[in-house]
Design a protein around this ligand. Structure first.
Ligand code: BYC
Length: 473
């Protein structure tokens, strides 16, 4: 289905046929642009960027490439094609037709989820606002901006749902999405990770690897929803999300490759020597991985959650890839959770499966995160080194859920408070680590040139050479 680009707000939801909705969105649009100018990517507003724009929602249409100035990017509203006779796929109403409107009794639950999802999108743009100033190459700069404009569009996707299906409340929530700001003391973003500063590109790559992947899993869950417009919106968002995780995975691979080159050249894996040569030592990378992985785990919510049980029962939010499971009711099954006991060890708690849906999603997410680790470790092994990168235990360093505030080592073994306080700085980035990474962040804008702390990518974007002038500066 093609997208109508002749309208002020490109869309495939027949906005022209709903004058009230069109007016509401046209009222919101200037506020969005104002927010983009104030809180979006600093500088570069006047530069041509080689961007991908969606012009249709089918296989051919969703990726059209060309030079665009970011403020001229056509943020629009696109739903994946409807599945004929789609039925509710899980929960108490399994098998009934999906809903084209929000049932009154579930309104506040849907609103809460859509607002939470919507809040993360502009939050990430705010977090990444200053990165353009220290881009390691034009290729990377373009990828940053691609991610940013698409997060902007994902905000539009949620705002459309709020305006179209939630009346006055929805319009107020849409305003609030532009009023909260990442890291703001008075009005922060809703979820923890989205208030963490992203001041260097190593954090950006970790964020797009780990946090965008949470986005993938949350969108997969919402794509199962019985509220069909939400499911269709999220299905289309997932097509764009893949590139964001690609940026993270390849970005981190390139850091690993460059560090290995330096290790070989210098004949040592001594972190101090690698730092002197302008590279990121692998233990430092490991600490960054620990930080962003752990923070992103919190985004799945508590292991035992009555919210999760209710949204599953009501068909509001399923498990990622719900069709892969055999039992879609989960009324009888249970989940065995590893929990801290009161003797400083661990125990097992058996909980109804529906209450453990956040943990089920988190487990799938962790498996997906491990794939990149395997690839990076393969690169390290092929280069002839024994070192391995790893993910910490899901019990380590948590701020949400059963393990929040519980002291453990990286393997999830419980520790005394004193030992934890002593060892923790070795497991998470220190002030010195952060300052060092920041010191490497210098802007490289000569086409094809890369900063010294990361290797060039294997290939360019859309079959263009790596040396292409992806952003005209
Ligand atoms: N920080 O019963 P609980 C993305 C709150 S990323 C702060 O444990 P529940 C993207 C929770 O909101 C995907 N608060 O869990 C990535 C609730 O508060 P209220 C974003 C937290 O409700 C990169 C309370 O604790 N999408 O797209 O089952 C770039 C009790 O909650 C946190 C979604 O998250 C936290 N980490 O679910 C750009 C999908 N965790 O309401 C974009 C929509 C929990 O009682 N959201 N809380 O005041 C949801 O499905 C659910 O809200 C959650 C948690 C998965 C977040």
């Amino acid at each position: 289905m093609s997208i109508n680009y002749s309208e002020r707000i490109p869309n495939n939801v027949n906005l022209a046929g709903d004058r009230t909705l069109q007016r509401a969105l046209e009222h919101w649009q200037p506020r969005f642009i104002e927010w983009w100018q104030e809180m979006g990517p600093s500088d570069f507003a006047g530069n041509d960027v080689y961007l991908r724009t969606a012009v249709g929602v089918d296989v051919e249409g969703w990726a059209s490439y060309g030079a665009v100035k970011m403020p001229d990017y056509r943020w629009g509203i696109f739903l994946a094609d409807a599945i004929p006779d789609r039925r509710i796929g899980f929960g108490d109403m399994m098998g009934e037709p999906v809903w084209q409107q929000v049932p009154g009794e579930f309104r506040s639950q849907f609103r809460r989820l859509i607002v939470t999802q919507g809040d993360t999108e502009p939050a990430s743009v705010e977090q990444q606002r200053l990165l353009g100033l220290t881009c390691p190459s034009l290729y990377d700069l373009r990828n940053l901006f691609q991610v940013n404009v698409e997060e902007g569009r994902h905000l539009w996707a949620m705002v459309y749902l709020l305006h179209a299906y939630f009346g006055r409340d929805g319009r107020e929530e849409a305003e609030e999405l532009l009023a909260r700001h990442s890291g703001d003391e008075d009005k922060p973003r809703i979820l923890g990770t989205f208030n963490e500063p992203i001041e260097d590109w190593l954090s950006f790559f970790c964020f797009t690897y780990f946090t965008d992947r949470d986005g993938k899993y949350q969108l997969k869950s919402l794509a199962e929803s019985s509220f069909d417009p939400l499911a269709r919106t999220c299905r289309f968002m997932l097509t764009e999300e893949a590139h964001h995780m690609f940026v993270g995975e390849t970005g981190l691979s390139r850091v690993v490759r460059r560090t290995l080159e330096l290790m070989k050249e210098l004949g040592t894996d001594d972190p101090a020597a690698i730092r002197r040569a302008g590279g990121i030592d692998l233990p430092l990378l490991q600490r960054y991985l620990n930080f962003w992985f752990t923070s992103s785990l919190d985004l799945f919510g508590s292991e035992v959650s009555s919210n999760a049980a209710t949204t599953f029962a009501n068909g509001i939010k399923g498990r990622p890839d719900e069709t892969h499971y055999e039992d879609h009711l989960c009324t009888e099954s249970t989940f065995e959770l590893v929990v801290p006991d009161d003797k400083g060890g661990v125990g097992i708690e058996t909980v109804p499966m529906r209450n453990a849906m956040n943990e089920v999603a988190r487990e799938s997410y962790v498996k997906d995160c491990e794939m990149g680790l395997k690839r990076w470790n393969m690169i390290i092994k092929r280069a002839g080194y024994d070192l391995q990168l790893s993910l910490p235990s899901t019990r380590f360093g948590r701020n949400i859920g059963t393990w929040a505030g519980i002291a453990t080592d990286l393997h999830g073994n419980r520790l005394g408070a004193e030992e934890y306080a002593h060892k923790r700085p070795h497991w998470l980035p220190s002030e010195e680590d952060r300052a060092f990474v920041k010191s490497l962040m210098v802007r490289v804008i000569e086409p094809g040139k890369m900063a010294g702390w990361l290797a060039p990518p294997d290939r360019g974007i859309n079959n263009m050479p790596v040396s292409y002038e992806y952003v005209r500066v």
